[in-house]
Design a protein around this ligand. Structure first.
Ligand code: SF4
Length: 193
């Protein structure tokens, strides 16, 4: 990249991009998908501690909304990672075989649903890594998740590129400068395709 792009939450800083983000495709319109059964939320997700604390600050309301006690939300195993906001994260627990925040009676993420229901901007409560999926990052490299690279994401190879699917989230977290730079890089990939 021409310059580093720092996440609005302080980390990570992106300075390289994997061309695979323009080449691999997935369904992207998640709530319109009729075949995946929210497979990508099966394994839970890493949540940076600032976001954990934002969720816990509304624990009574979220517990009421989800019907799941706060003690069941996170694994409590705090791990250090200088690339995540706040430098530490823990993971959501698996409950009945799926992420504890996945709606077991319908579709989608209940943190996202709760935010919409309460008129709260959803990024304040939805995990960063969930918003970025199926992209991820490693040592400053913006790249595709293992589910895409390993070709085992249920909705892989259809729909739009991973970059197009998450472009809005990248703009929110890293700013218009990043997506303008990535748009310019994406164009040759489209012309080749
Ligand atoms: S936090 Fe929400 S979006 Fe992330 S894995 Fe859990 S249910 Fe899915």
């Amino acid at each position: 990249m021409a310059r580093p792009h720092v996440c609005r939450d302080g980390a990570p800083t992106l300075n390289r991009v994997d061309p695979a983000i323009f080449e691999f495709t997935y369904f992207a319109a998640c709530m319109s998908c009729g075949f995946c059964h929210d497979w990508c939320c099966t394994h839970g997700v890493d949540v940076d501690l600032p976001k954990v604390n934002a969720i816990l600050a509304r624990k009574d309301e979220i517990a009421c909304f989800t019907g799941i006690a706060p003690e069941l939300w996170f694994d409590g195993n705090v791990q250090a990672d200088p690339e995540v906001p706040g430098g530490q994260f823990m993971r959501t627990r698996i409950h009945n075989g799926r992420c504890v925040f996945l709606n077991s009676a319908g579709r989608g993420c209940q943190l996202h649903s709760f935010a919409l229901d309460q008129g709260v901007e959803y990024h304040q409560l939805k995990p960063f890594m969930s918003s970025l999926f199926p992209l991820t990052f490693n040592d400053g490299l913006l790249t595709v998740s293992d589910e895409i690279a390993g070709r085992y994401l249920v909705c892989r190879d259809q729909g739009v590129s991973c970059y197009e699917g998450v472009r809005g989230e990248l703009a929110y977290y890293f700013g218009e400068g990043l997506v303008q730079e990535l748009d310019a890089l994406a164009k040759p990939a489209k012309e080749i395709a």
